[in-house]
Design a protein around this ligand. Structure first.
Ligand code: AMP
Length: 374
């Protein structure tokens, strides 16, 4: 079976690495600017057809499908994909997750509407399109706030924290106009957790234990799983949220939900319709990795166990040069993405496993300190 992946970054790489032992073959669609370094050697790499910008979507879909060597299933490794193209590709083969789910997650405004619609809690927010609306929204929400553009915002990009009226003035003076954005009340969370869920085409679902995450400048730096001190109340909220989301979206594949915990209450921050950075620990920490389970789900194979033995941690390598020689330990595993190093760029990660929670956290902290000492 051939899997077509729209995109060719590190998530595509890790999907392919998980799929090869299953006998799956891969084709990657590289969008303009994608180098394909991450997936080199793992399948056929196809650039967007020449002149694609001017093509009718039906013509483009046919060209893409045939140039990808007619995959049996098409999937995505990022949110920022042309959803109309995904829709048009459904004429040729299954496209998972459904483009409708990708469309919801592409725009923070739509995403928040969906989250609200399923009855899940989130930080107070207002969608704005003009400077006047922005000012009014901040008056209503009160400082501190965080402003995030509805589109093209990830890893802390296109986000601005504002604490005072001075910050707002400075922000408005630095631009001619504002694009559609979500203004959110900044919540004082005790921690951030994420849920990695998977659903197969026949409706079977599985979920990994909640993951605890630490961000730096909006970018994930480290994860620990299972998240510790999940009391009964929080466990119930996690279960309820999982059911509400999966029950309201026609979804096949891995879906990630990022959340804040504020005074014991679970608030949803965002959804990701794909394998997720906070699920990388599953490569060594769970019976089946999120990558393999995504492939199993979209390829119509039985889902794998999400059982975890002991504890797992993950440290992202962000703009740092680390080699296998220094990263590897008996219980530490190195994953490189074959990318050149640039400031803050995700170039790899280290997974750690341990059967003792305290020792796990200690080793995770020591690894972070060693990598980001300066
Ligand atoms: P996002 O791109 O929405 O995932 O935001 C990146 C990071 O910014 C989050 O993981 C949080 O650490 C922080 N952040 C985002 N929204 C809020 C909020 N409403 N209150 C407090 N921190 C936030």
């Amino acid at each position: 079976m051939r899997i077509g992946i729209i995109g060719c970054g590190q998530l595509a790489r890790m999907l392919a690495l998980a799929g090869w032992p299953l006998g799956l073959k891969f084709s990657f669609l590289a969008e303009p600017g994608d180098t394909g370094d991450c997936v080199r050697g793992l399948g056929e790499l196809v650039p967007m057809p020449d002149g694609f910008e001017a093509m009718a979507i039906t013509e483009l879909a046919e060209k893409v499908y045939t140039s990808l060597e007619k995959p049996d299933v098409i999937t995505v490794e990022k949110e920022s994909v042309p959803v109309d193209l995904l829709e048009a590709l459904k004429k040729y083969c299954a496209v998972y997750p459904d483009p409708k789910a990708v469309r919801i997650c592409q725009n923070r405004g739509c995403e928040k509407e969906f989250i609200e619609g399923v009855g899940a809690a989130m930080a107070p927010k207002i969608v704005v399109n003009t400077a006047a609306e922005l000012k009014l929204a901040i008056e209503q929400l009160g400082f501190p706030v965080i402003v995030k553009t509805c589109e093209d915002g990830y890893d802390g990009l296109n986000q601005w924290k504002m604490d005072t009226a001075g910050d707002l003035t400075e922000f408005l003076e630095s631009r001619d106009s504002i694009v559609e954005s979500v203004v959110e009340k900044r919540v004082n969370f005790s921690r951030e957790i994420s849920l990695i869920l998977v659903r197969a085409a026949d409706g079977r679902t599985a979920s990994y234990p909640a993951t605890q995450n630490w961000h730096e400048g909006g970018i994930l730096r480290a994860s620990l799983a299972p998240a510790q001190d999940i009391d009964e109340g929080l466990a119930k909220q996690i279960q309820d949220l999982t059911e509400r989301v999966l029950g309201n979206i026609d979804y096949v594949g891995v879906l990630a939900i990022e959340c804040f915990v504020v005074d014991g209450k679970l608030l949803v921050n965002e959804l990701a319709p794909r394998v997720h950075n906070s699920g990388h620990w599953t490569q060594q920490g769970a019976a089946t990795s999120q990558f393999e389970n995504h492939l199993r789900a979209i390829a119509g194979l039985p889902l794998g166990s999400t059982e975890v033995h002991g504890f797992a941690g993950m440290v992202n390598l962000l703009g740092v040069e680390v080699t296998a020689q220094t990263a590897l330990k008996p219980n530490a595993f190195f994953h490189t993405y074959n990318k050149s190093v640039r400031p803050n760029r995700k170039v790899g990660h280290i997974n750690i496993v341990h059967n003792d929670a305290e020792a796990m956290k200690k080793q995770l902290d020591a690894t972070i300190a060693a990598i980001y000492s300066d």
